[in-house]
Design a protein around this ligand. Structure first.
Ligand SMILES: C[S@@+](CC[C@H](N)C(=O)[O-])C[C@H]1O[C@@H](n2cnc3c(N)ncnc32)[C@H](O)[C@@H]1O
Length: 192
């Protein structure tokens, strides 16, 4: 899986990962099995997803039992690990209202350790980069289902990230016109 190859490139050999919007749990199962130095905490907004995540990941000792997390709750549940080395959020930002992006970034800034990284994956719109026809169709379809949904303009996501001290460290073009983005938290000792 191409995402796995990028995670291996980006992440240190071990750490604690907080996954946002795990969905069925298939990503947690795949990455948990391959990134054996990582403990993986899956979460999802939908309580109905949690049994599916448990079923996918039940055999993996390094994948923790799933927790419910709605990124819009403030504060985030105290059951979550307080400080994590990385966060992973795939295919969520375009399929939730914009407020979820605005909530994800401060959440990540709170949870990430110094030098930690938030990885987001999915389709985006970018100024100066022609949008693939498939992504335009996907965007129109999402907006027809819910006007609050839709592909996000990367520059607007970046504004939310920068406001809480996260900067775009890496942009990787992925198959099917997706991007894998790594948002870094400045190390405490690198802040003036
Ligand atoms: C398209 S699925 C992506 C699932 C998985 N990450 C993947 O790539 O297959 C979007 C997920 O976002 C979750 N979600 C929706 N609103 C959310 C919120 N407010 N906070 C956290 N997750 C949310 C949904 O429950 C759903 O599992």
């Amino acid at each position: 899986m191409p995402i796995l190859a990028e995670l291996k490139r980006l992440l240190p050999p071990q750490g604690l990962m907080l996954e946002i919007a795990s969905g069925t749990g298939q990503h947690a199962a795949h990455f948990g099995a391959e990134l054996t130095g990582w403990r993986w905490q899956p979460t999802d907004f939908d309580p109905a997803s949690l049994p599916s995540i448990s079923a996918w990941c039940g055999d993996l000792a390094n994948v923790l039992p799933p927790l419910r997390l709605d990124v819009l709750t403030d504060p985030w549940p105290c059951e979550l690990p307080h400080t994590v080395d990385a966060m992973y959020c795939a295919n969520m930002l375009h399929i939730v209202p914009w407020a979820c992006t605005a909530a994800l970034m401060p959440g990540a800034a709170r949870q990430l350790s110094s030098g930690g990284v938030l990885i987001t994956y999915g389709p985006y719109l970018e100024e100066g980069v022609p949008t693939a026809a498939g992504n335009l169709e996907f965007d129109a379809d999402l907006r027809s289902r819910n006007p609050a949904f839709g592909l996000r303009q990367l520059s607007m996501v970046e504004v939310e990230a920068l406001a809480v001290g996260l900067h775009l460290q890496r942009r990787v073009a992925m198959p099917a016109n997706n991007l894998l983005l790594a948002w870094g938290r400045l190390r405490a000792n690198s802040v003036a």
